[in-house]
Design a binder for this molecule. Sequence first.
Ligand SMILES: [Zn+2]
Length: 261
Amino acid sequence: MLLDIILLFLLGLTFGSFVNAWVWRVKAGKSVATGRSMCPNCKKQLDWYDNIPLVSYILLRGKCRNCKKPISIQYPLVELLSGSLFIGLYLHFNPTQNNTWLEFALWCAATVFLLAAFIYDLKNMLLPDRFTLPVIGIGAILVILNSVENGPASIEPQLIATSIFVAIYFSMWFFSRGRFLGDGDIRMAAVMGLLLAVPQLIVGVFTAYIAGALVGIYLISKKGKKRDSAVPMGPFLIFGIFFGLFLGSQIANWYMGFIRF
Ligand SMILES: [Zn+2]
């Protein structure tokens, strides 16, 4: 169990490092498969020992060895987040006990794409299809798996909820002519609906909105950010997905017990 967690954390760190490089390359219009990692400032190629997730950042004290330019805190943070999410997924699915290896692996794959979408949207206010569409595919496989395991009737509520959720997002996009949200957010709504069962989905959506509102208020008050300046929605939806997955059922149960009483 402990060994599993340590190995998964290291795997998560590695994938986090990949996500950082991937986001950077997509933005720069480069292929992810070619060329080695380099410093974005002085363009010097990184030696392997300066490219170890988390460890190199700490050993280099957050500065490029060659030009001494500070390395963005994004790099170690994304690596840590990725490692932590892999552990979180493992504890949540408990695959050795529940024999949910396939679900667990699919969620790990989805996490890599979602992290890339999170960072990319935060920096560029855009959710590229190459990050969202694969997760729609993964979500569809998870829904099919669930239907095979628990019968077709078990996925009906989720498919209805997903359709309503996507329809609401489509309408908001359509009637605001893309001002309230981008068309990438519609695909992210589909991602959310396909990944989360109904109680988790509802908790996830509310969490995304509350987190979005809090951050919006904070930005307006602190940085004097103009009220109409846009904040990307994708990162909040992605935060809502993980919050809904990990805590959605517990919160829904607690709430239902609360109102029944
Ligand atoms: Zn440099």
